[in-house]
Design a protein around this ligand. Structure first.
Ligand SMILES: Nc1ncnc2c1ncn2[C@@H]1O[C@H](COP(=O)(O)OP(=O)(O)O)[C@@H](O)[C@H]1O
Ligand SMILES: Nc1ccn([C@H]2C[C@H](O)[C@@H](COP(=O)(O)OP(=O)(O)O)O2)c(=O)n1
Length: 244
């Protein structure tokens, strides 16, 4: 099933991808280079082991659905070998660094909007490289068609395997309660009622079509996250453990 709203035409998808194309050429070169270097150093052939090719699980869900909490639990289990990369954390760190992108990132976050994909893909690329790991939980990405198109352009040629997208499904009232509670101590400019309303609109209009896209590709795993943290963790772990 394809969502007509966000995947209306291949023309639109092409233009979304091409708007980020220039900077993505570098991203693509990086993924391909890293993959071929790994193959050389490990002496594996094409289609080699999980260790040779970066493997990714995208973790999606609304604000407050528990993405960060669950990713942290998986990453704590060292034997599983996952690095947890939160797109939101990477964007907040870039904003706090005072780089030339800081003001722009801050405005998007304040308005509950999605930062242009080339910025986020660039931050993810650097974080993947720095981690030294080959398994990644990418939390809060891809969050809209621009994110997904940019990711796919940058990893063209199978340099990175996306195992599946894990969807933490939670009612909006519960997510709102959790974020209001988190806002008492998080210090985040978007953990307040007005920003939550905007983030939920973005979630419904921009992220849900991506979740449906992964479902259409047979690459969605779904967990009801309106349960205790421990109950959710059991189901999340079962999906992660099922990866070959
Ligand atoms: N299953 C759960 N039940 C109750 N509270 C939860 C649960 N999962 C997460 N939380 C709490 O809800 C808030 C949002 O969780 P978080 O993992 O930061 O969500 P997200 O990364 O999806 O925004 C945090 O304060 C967290 O401690
Ligand atoms: N892929 C992404 C992820 C987050 N962002 C921005 C916009 C989001 O509202 C904020 C916060 O994202 P984050 O994943 O940390 O927030 P939640 O965990 O969903 O509460 O960051 C983005 O622009 N692009």
């Amino acid at each position: 099933m394809r969502c007509g709203k966000c995947w209306a035409s291949s023309e639109q998808r092409r233009s979304q991808a091409s708007s980020s194309w220039r900077s993505l050429e570098n991203e693509r070169a990086w993924f391909s280079l890293r993959f071929s270097q790994q193959k050389k150093s490990r002496g594996v052939s094409n289609g080699g082991s999980v260790g040779a090719t970066p493997h990714v699980v995208f973790v999606l869900g609304g604000p407050g659905s528990g993405k960060g909490t669950q990713c942290a639990l998986i990453a704590e289990e060292e034997a599983l070998g996952y690095a947890h990369l939160s797109a939101g954390d990477l964007l907040r760190a870039e904003r706090n660094s005072g780089s030339e992108l800081a003001g722009m990132i801050n405005e998007f976050i304040r308005e509950g909007k999605i930062v242009p994909a080339e910025v986020t893909v660039g931050l993810l690329r650097k974080a993947m490289e720095k981690s030294g790991k080959s398994r990644f939980l990418i939390d809060g990405f891809p969050r809209n068609p621009d994110n997904l198109a940019a990711w796919e352009a940058s990893t063209a040629g199978g340099a990175v395997v996306v195992d599946f997208a894990l969807f933490l499904d939670c009612p909006e009232e519960i997510m709102t309660e959790r974020i209001m509670e988190r806002g008492r101590s998080s210090g985040r400019i978007d953990d307040n009622e007005e920003a939550i309303r905007k983030r939920l609109v973005t979630y419904r209009e921009s992220t849900m079509p991506i979740i449906k896209e992964f479902e259409a590709r047979g690459k969605l795993r779904e967990v009801n996250s309106d349960q205790t943290i421990e109950e959710v963790a059991v189901e999340v772990r079962r999906h992660i453990s099922a990866i070959a």
